[in-house]
Design a protein around this ligand. Structure first.
Ligand code: HPA
Length: 246
């Protein structure tokens, strides 16, 4: 079986339960990934980790080189990718620090390099994206959470916004009318690029804050960081459980 990769998002630039074996810088036809790939052992299995925003958390969502990141992970033999994403909670059930495994998404991003299929094609390719996430991996994460007695929301629609600013209250109302439950900035084009490479990709979202107009007053970075500290402890446990079951 191919390797399992973890893409860490905001609040997860390292895995403290990962025993690091080596670091590998991969050059790609699309430029450099967000950082070196970190090979390590988690729950006794070899996994590869990449921090989406760089290890110092310096690359904003719209500047992430998603193509280089996905190309690099595919190149080293990753076949399964668990992508961790910090999000805002829109639906009442999506309260801060909760974990969610989305099953759908709506892409509101623009002007990002969003495909591998544009130059030197023998013919035009349109990937099927009816179900944007790998259901096998989603179910594995859900099963592992149940086993570890961790609270997890088993489905939801992820609105992917351009950022880096947070939304207005009216924009969040519109996203809710569109059927979105959570909102973040990094879910796309990552999921589509993974599909183009035929990788089994699922998102594990962590609610960092109530989305604009859903909580009381302004959203602060301090609040986001605080909720992510709590949420990511559960994410680390869940990743360990998922990988040991896999
Ligand atoms: N909106 C968009 N992206 C986010 C949010 C949010 O409220 N919180 C964390 N990432």
């Amino acid at each position: 079986m191919g390797h399992i990769a973890i893409i860490g998002g905001t609040g997860l630039t390292s895995l403290n339960n990962l025993e690091v074996l080596r670091r590998e810088m991969v050059q790609t036809p699309y430029g450099v990934p967000s950082g070196p790939l970190i090979w390590g052992s988690l729950a006794g299995r070899e996994v590869v980790f990449l921090a989406r925003h760089g290890y110092g958390h310096t690359i904003p969502p719209h500047r992430v080189n998603f193509r280089a990141n996905l190309w690099a992970l595919n190149h080293v033999g990753a076949e399964h990718i668990i992508a961790v994403n910090a999000v805002g909670g829109i639906a009442a059930s999506m309260s801060p620090a909760r974990l969610v495994v989305p099953n759908q998404l709506i892409d509101y991003t623009w002007s990002r390099q969003n495909t591998f299929f544009e130059d030197g094609l023998r013919s035009v390719v349109h990937i099927d994206f009816t179900e944007p996430y790998c259901e096998t991996l989603r179910q594995e994460i859900i099963h592992s959470a149940n086993k570890a007695d961790l609270d997890l929301v088993e489905q939801g629609t992820y609105a992917v916004t351009q950022g880096p600013r947070l939304e207005t209250a009216a924009e969040i109302d519109r996203l809710e009318q569109d059927g979105c439950d959570i909102v973040g900035m990094t879910g796309m084009p990552e999921a589509a690029l993974a599909r183009e490479l035929e990788l089994c990709y699922a998102s594990l979202a962590v609610v960092a804050n109530w989305a604009a107009g859903r909580g009381s007053g302004e959203i602060t970075m301090a609040e986001i960081e605080q909720n992510l500290v709590a949420g990511m402890q559960h994410v680390r446990l869940l990743l360990e459980q998922t990988i040991s079951n896999y």
